[in-house]
Design a binder for this molecule. Structure first.
Ligand code: NCD
Length: 307
């Protein structure tokens, strides 16, 4: 039995296969419409979510399966003090696969150790968000053809933004990817990303503060929200909010084919006037996430149809 905690749980070849499967699902949805008949997905969400939870549910329904779960810790037995280990032992009797989001780093990993069904990390604190990375990779491959030789700018809250951590780890395995890390000093990437991922693998990277100066050299700009819920106090958050706002004027500094991604939700870091720019790809990215989650569910359940 296999779980997904971190994008590195899949090899580069396996990720390629997953993306090819997602593409086939996107092109031929009817071929997959009954692949999960009789199967159930449990969505265990101890933290707010719109896209991740609903796109997991949509993915399972597109495959013919059914969904059950909870959307907040308050509505689960966590509010009575139940441990994640006990919850997953019980859910294992009700469902065939589970997606878990939790405010504590490592909670889905603990769940996977006690689970009888595959567990997917749907975001653990400020740590990792591997299924967002699957959607990001699929979108980048679609736009760029490959991952080799790209310069990607990651901008905003690189400290608490789990999507950034997962994406850097995943992209670190491709050839000649250059990372421009754009953030205020206070919100730089955690030490383990700088030391154990970027430096250890000799990856070219720069840590800068100015989005304007970085723009002209980028092939992909990955914008992120300042992660309000992970700040210790409101004052610190307010200082950072509004630090970066991508608008039409700044888009003029970018290459003709520099695409803008964002895991969403957006607060104010991308002005709505950028939405009509053909290089704004964040809503396509959210759409792509459904196909990648379908591919992941089929793979973890061992239900990928024979070619
Ligand atoms: C992200 C998350 O939950 O980390 N959202 C998502 O799942 N698409 C990004 C965020 O909340 O800023």
């Amino acid at each position: 039995m296999r779980h997904l905690m971190n994008p590195l749980d899949f090899t580069v070849e396996e990720l390629d296969e997953l993306m090819n499967l997602a593409h086939d699902i996107q092109e031929n949805p009817e071929k997959y419409a009954h692949t999960c008949d009789g199967k159930k997905l449990a969505t265990l969400f101890y933290e707010p979510s719109t896209r991740t939870r609903l796109s997991f549910e949509a993915a399972m329904m597109n495959l013919g399966g059914k969904c059950l779960g909870f959307a907040s810790a308050d509505s689960s037995s966590a509010s009575k003090g139940e441990s994640v280990a006990d919850t997953i032992r019980v859910i294992s009797c009700y469902a065939d696969i589970a997606a878990m989001r939790h405010p504590k780093e490592g909670a889905p990993l603990v769940a996977s150790e006690f689970s009888k069904i595959p567990v997917i990390n749907a975001g653990d604190g400020g740590h990792q968000h591997p299924t967002q990375t699957l959607a990001d990779l699929y979108t980048i491959r679609m736009l760029n053809g490959s991952f080799d030789n790209i310069t990607i700018g990651l901008c905003g809250d690189l400290k608490f933004g789990r999507t950034v951590h997962s994406l850097i780890e995943a992209l670190a395995r491709y050839k000649n990817v250059k990372f421009i890390l754009i953030s205020p000093k206070e919100l730089r990437v955690p030490t383990y990303i700088r030391e154990d991922v970027l430096k250890k693998n000799n990856l070219p990277y720069e840590e800068v503060e100015s989005l304007e100066e970085a723009m002209p050299g980028l092939d992909i700009l990955y914008m992120t929200r300042i992660q309000k819920e992970r700040f210790f106090n409101e004052e610190e958050y307010l200082k950072m909010k509004g630090y970066y706002i991508l608008d039409k004027q700044k888009m003029e500094l970018a290459k003709e084919h520099m695409y803008v991604l964002h895991p969403l939700p957006r607060v104010n870091e991308i002005s709505v006037d950028v939405d009509e720019d053909p290089r704004a790809m964040y809503f396509e990215q959210a759409h792509n996430a459904v196909y990648m989650r379908e591919a992941l569910i089929l793979t973890l359940l061992g239900l990928v149809p024979e070619k």
